[in-house]
Design a binder for this molecule. Sequence first.
Ligand code: F6R
Length: 355
Amino acid sequence: GKSGYDHYMLKEIHEQPTALRQCFSGRADALDGTITLEEVGEIPQPDAVQFVACGTSYHAALYGAATLREMGIPAEAYLASEYALSPPPLSLGTLVVGITQSGETADTLAALRDAKSRGVTTLALTNTVNSTAARECDHAVYIRAGPEIGVAATKTFSSQLVGCNLLAEELVEGQLDLRPLIESLRNLPDDVQSILDSSAAEAIVEEYGDSDAYFFIGRGKNVAVALEGALKCKEISYEHAEGFPAGELKHGPLALVTPDTPVFAVVTGDDKRAQKTLGNIKEVQARGAPVIAVTDGESDAAEIADETLEIPETTERAAPVLANVQLQLFSYHLADALGRPIDKPRNLAKSVTVE
Ligand code: F6R
């Protein structure tokens, strides 16, 4: 049952500390600074990685590919529905990773089968033990999030991001000191809990819940968070929402920005990307749009923005998980305020088993 929560989605949002602990458990040694995924122990370091996935899992794939590229491995995320019909070139040293919560998504299975038919190693990053993806791939890595009933993916996305980190560290040899990363992944359950205990997302809904549309921007790994924030928002609230890399704003979407379109800016850390996004915040404010910064306070985003959804300080890899939790809560409370059937949005199915 829903254990006292109004919706499975809210229950699953609150299950994230437990889900993240389970995903991480036994897979990292904080003292030695080592990460070990027994399931992939025998895979040599790939020459390149191609991720295939749909929907929310595709957003996790964008994050995973960005992470691997930073580690020096050519990596791309592909929408599974495009991959099999327009197969990208690969070499025998390419690893193809399907990210799929259910392990049953037809488009993702088709993409993985295409890769397998071309002779490369395939791996399923999935939540579902013995699912079709897990059985058909050469390797399966489980994210251990537990069952997810709500149609909107929440805890499984968070666990996919952690799973991407574990997978990347296991696959790529000779990484520098992993202890800060391990520490931040180990702290994620507590950090998520502190957001769940103190989020201002409901107040943001009270203030902005009758807007014309909602925009979500970010750079780097936070592009995945912006896209996921928008997908969750449209899927359960039925409101118009769009996410894009912050730099794309002025190449078109800015035409839609008005005082009635709040912009959520995901700004974590204080690197060049964060600094550039501060510029984007000012651009949309100049058009009258209210800006809600989802930020750890390391940059000036909170000072510049009209409102803030705060996240604890952490590593650059862990911050997107936390920022996304704030956006999950915003979408949930927006959909709730609008009286939507949150756990079963119209026209959608939990597992899409037709191509
Ligand atoms: C959105 C959502 C979908 C799924 C997509 C892939 O909240 O749940 O976009 O992420 O249908 O499903 P899996 O991960 O089962 O392959």
